[in-house]
Design a binder for this molecule. Structure first.
Ligand code: ZN
Length: 379
């Protein structure tokens, strides 16, 4: 009997030991991490010599300044992507205000990756600024670092008109003598006569003319120099804004060469009312605004001496009479159109200038403050 009890007890003990639920009792589990071991996920195999390092942990849980942690893995993984994207710095800032002009020079930008490596030469710029058209333009600068991270920065460029000087009313009975299409054969003599009477005039020059040194002489003797054209080929100049600018700037260069400075006054080849430009509808209307926005003033005329090649006067007397007749009777300023390749323009001055001075007229050269006399634009 005693033997049977022992056997039964033994079998019971074995059953308890093998029971799958034996571990599911209420005893604390061995697997539970002891509270003293922080960050178990980072724990590598125990280091033989535990190091004490300062961990500036960014976690919200308050941690002691000194924490015993296992050593971190010594090298970053090669696929590491920095959290910080490259940085683009726009020279002169993200909003630029510039005056309307023939060209726009982007002040540029610099770029660095998160380690401070210079990425400036990788910057690409999208968007365009039309430098002569008043308006707002967006430029987008972008750069990509070695990790494929891309940064984009936007800059706004505001093109604004140049502020023009105020017009100053000239004395009553002011005459502005203007000579187009020179310097030419008779310009020398013309300058002699103007010097003789101490009268200042305005020359709207053609850049391709050979006697360029006369531009210098005219300037040095106190006359105004303005742009007319370089080629005077109206069928090409008005083909586009760019064609006009190229012709205009070539003339400006001639003026700069001769006088040491650029001018800001001009006369449209053919005048602003010309119809020779109709092959490009609206070009004069657009150019008139653009050129003023860029700080230039153009002058037409309100009195023509009629010395254009197609209407050469019959005699010097007729020409002289014309000059007297076309003056504004109410004393308002008169801008007279003449051409210095025409001999009448020169000869008639011998009669016209003394007569005008005796009758209370004043001769002035045109400048940025002169009365703005414009024809009605027809294109
Ligand atoms: Zn002309």
């Amino acid at each position: 009997m005693k033997m049977i009890r022992r056997t039964v007890l033994f079998i019971l003990c074995m059953l308890i030991a093998l029971c799958p639920f034996a571990a599911c009792d209420n005893k604390p589990q061995e697997a539970a991490a002891p509270a003293s071991t922080p960050e178990p996920t980072l724990a590598p195999s125990p280091s033989p010599t535990p190091a004490v390092i300062v961990v500036p942990t960014p976690t919200a849980t308050p941690t002691p300044t000194h924490t015993e942690t296992p050593e971190p893995s010594p090298t970053p993984t090669p696929t590491h992507v920095p959290m910080t994207e490259p940085v683009i710095t726009l020279t002169e800032g993200d909003s630029l205000v510039v005056n309307a002009a023939f060209t726009f020079e982007d002040p540029g930008a610099t770029a660095k990756d998160y380690l401070g490596m210079d990425l400036t030469d990788r910057i690409t710029v999208e968007g365009t600024v039309v430098p002569y058209l008043v308006g707002e333009y967006d430029l987008t600068y972008a750069v990509t670092d070695d990790y494929g991270q891309r940064t984009e920065v936007r800059r706004t460029v505001s093109v604004v008109p140049v502020e023009l000087p105020e017009v100053i009313d000239p004395p009553p009975k002011t005459i502005y003598l203007t000579f187009d299409d020179g310097p030419a054969t008779f310009t020398d003599r013309l300058l002699d006569k103007l010097k003789l009477y101490n009268v200042k005039a305005t020359f709207f020059i053609v850049g391709k003319m050979s006697r360029k040194e006369l531009i210098r002489r005219a300037f040095e003797e106190g006359h105004s120099i303005g742009v007319h054209s370089y080629t005077h080929e109206l069928d090409k100049i008005y083909a586009s804004e760019e064609a006009f600018f190229a012709d205009f700037l070539a003339t400006e260069e001639v003026i700069k060469e001769q006088t040491g400075q650029y001018t800001t006054i001009f006369r449209f080849p053919g005048g602003s009312a010309n119809t020779a430009s109709l092959y490009n509808p609206g070009i004069i209307t657009r150019l008139a605004k653009i050129m003023e926005d860029m700080g230039y003033r153009y002058f037409d005329w309100n009195a023509s001496a009629g010395d254009a090649e197609s209407s050469i006067p019959a005699s010097i007397f007729e020409y002289y009479s014309t000059l007297r007749r076309i003056l504004k009777e109410d004393g308002s300023p008169t801008i007279i159109l003449q051409h210095d390749p025409n001999i009448y323009s020169t000869r008639a001055l011998d009669d016209f200038i003394p007569w005008a001075l005796e009758n209370g007229y004043t001769f002035l050269p045109l400048d940025m403050t002169s009365p703005v006399i414009h024809s009605k634009i027809s294109n």
